[in-house]
Ligand binder design. Structure first.
Ligand code: F6P
Ligand code: MG
Length: 451
């Protein structure tokens, strides 16, 4: 389905697309070369030879990005989505790295990298980002321990008699944790007990962090969950490491509280956008949590959490299901009857869920076509056919890109001014636009699928 509004493009000097294509991608590609070099050094024989060839290919891709070369059709590596990428490239017209639509070119870059792996015998399953993901997770040890302690306390209370109001509060709390787990800045996270939550102090702390949530439909999401007994909730995942840990925590809460019978996790099927969750990241998480040398604090509480996770996974209450659709370049407008690229199957699947929660920035960009909508555009307009296709969805997104919709009149101007003030005070004045990709603000819009 085509979008009536043009997408953000890499030549837009005012947009984060511009900086991404020029500064961030070359750094990401250099990181991949470094990672490949390390693994190649540890390998021998054919694997080592293949490693060297991969390093050369990634280096050549970096050169093309930096020199504004034209995007050429992907080589056939036997996977179904190649034809889709190539027909999209044809449909959107000839493009070069410096002026291509941001969303398409960024997805294309990661898909091209994955294609390189598919031409090898020994690197097909390789995740360039695995080291980085695990290192980052380890470095969040303090927050991991704090949340494990909190989870153990709460889950003890959940088996007593918990009122609907208390559950509602806890739901909001776990949603907040999972939302800000998507930001690099976790300072907005409140960390309060059930009692404190209900006290004035809790209310105040919550209001404080809520100020930065520009669109907040959490209570609509709550209604969608609470109005159906048991049932299934879906999490369309984003990043591995700490964010994934907060998502798992939310899944455990839903199951412990019996707000859901099943939680389906949807990771990506290939290494994607540096840190996205792959199916293997669930066992990686379970292992890391089990390692007393990785996580030294709060061992008892972390073990408890880990056992719950393993148990629910074995019982089939936490399910992992991936689709190639998540790594196409297509907008989520294809999640519909006869949708392209696996969109139809995802639609059939998500219709069965009482709530599909989409984590993170990229998923939001795909919901809204990464198009340059006026920021007061209603979310229901920006998600096109998804607004009426019977999928109940809830997006948890800290803003790290240009596209933002659903703001009230005058809000954008206020945010631009605030951002100029913040950056000037730090002695690094920016235009006001940067608030939208600073990760300091968030949006949590809901769609009932029934508009
Ligand atoms: O910071 C920009 C960016 O890399 C975008 O290219 C991408 O949409 C996003 O961040 C990834 O963030 P998230 O992991 O929240 O989807
Ligand atoms: Mg991501």
């Amino acid at each position: 389905v085509p979008c009536p509004v043009p997408p953000y493009i890499n030549s837009d000097t005012d947009s984060f697309a511009f900086t991404s294509a020029r500064s961030r991608w070359p750094v990401i590609l250099t990181g991949i070369v470094d990672d490949l070099s390390r693994t190649t050094l540890e390998s021998d024989g054919e694997k080592s030879e293949e490693g060297k060839a991969l390093i050369e290919k990634v280096g050549a891709l970096k050169y093309e990005v930096e020199h504004d070369r034209t995007l050429v059709p992907l080589e056939d590596d036997g996977l179904y989505d190649v034809a889709l990428y190539n027909s999209e490239l044809e449909r959107q017209g000839p493009m070069s790295w410096g002026s291509a639509p941001w969303l398409y070119s960024e997805c294309y870059m990661y898909r091209k990298l994955y294609g390189y792996l598919q031409t090898t015998a020994h690197w097909k399953e390789y995740d360039f980002f695995a080291r980085q993901k695990l290192d980052a997770f380890k470095s969040s040890e303090v927050a991991v321990a704090e949340l494990a302690i909190r989870y153990k306390t709460l889950s003890g209370q959940l088996h007593g008699s918990v009122s609907k109001e208390q559950l509602h509060l806890l739901f909001r709390e776990f949603i907040d944790i999972s939302l800000w787990g998507n930001a690099t800045d976790l300072s907005l996270l409140t960390n309060l007990s059930l009692d404190q939550l209900q006290s004035l102090q809790g209310e105040k702390a919550r209001k404080e962090s809520e100020k930065n949530i520009l669109v907040n439909d959490v209570d609509k999401a709550w209604d969608a969950i609470f109005s159906v007994e048991g049932g299934r909730v879906d999490l369309i995942l984003d990043n591995a490491g700490f964010e994934f840990y907060t998502d798992v925590l939310f899944a455990l809460f839903l199951l412990d509280s019996e707000l859901a019978d099943t939680v389906v996790l949807h990771p990506k099927a290939m290494p994607w956008f540096v840190s996205d969750v792959l199916p293997v990241d669930l066992p990686v998480l379970i292992n890391a949590l089990g390692s007393a040398s990785v996580f030294t604090m709060a061992r008892e509480e972390i073990d408890f959490l880990r056992e719950q996770l393993v148990k629910y996974n074995e019982e089939g209450k936490i399910i992992v299901r991936s689709s190639g659709f998540w790594t196409t370049s297509l907008a989520f407008w294809e999640i519909r009857e006869n949708g392209l690229g696996g969109g139809h199957e995802v639609w059939q699947d998500l219709k069965e869920s009482k709530l599909a929660i989409l984590k993170g920035d990229l998923n939001y960009r795909k919901l809204t076509y990464d198009a340059a909508w006026p920021r007061t555009t209603p979310f229901s307009t920006a998600i096109g056919p998804l607004a009426t296709n019977q999928v109940k969805l809830f997006s948890l997104r800290t803003c790290k890109a240009d596209v933002v919709v659903g703001l009230t009149e005058g809000k954008e101007e206020e945010l631009e001014k605030a951002w100029v003030d913040i950056t000037s005070a730090k002695g690094m004045p920016e235009t006001g636009k940067g608030w939208a990709w600073s990760g300091k603000w968030a949006v949590m819009p809901f769609s009932s699928g029934e508009n």
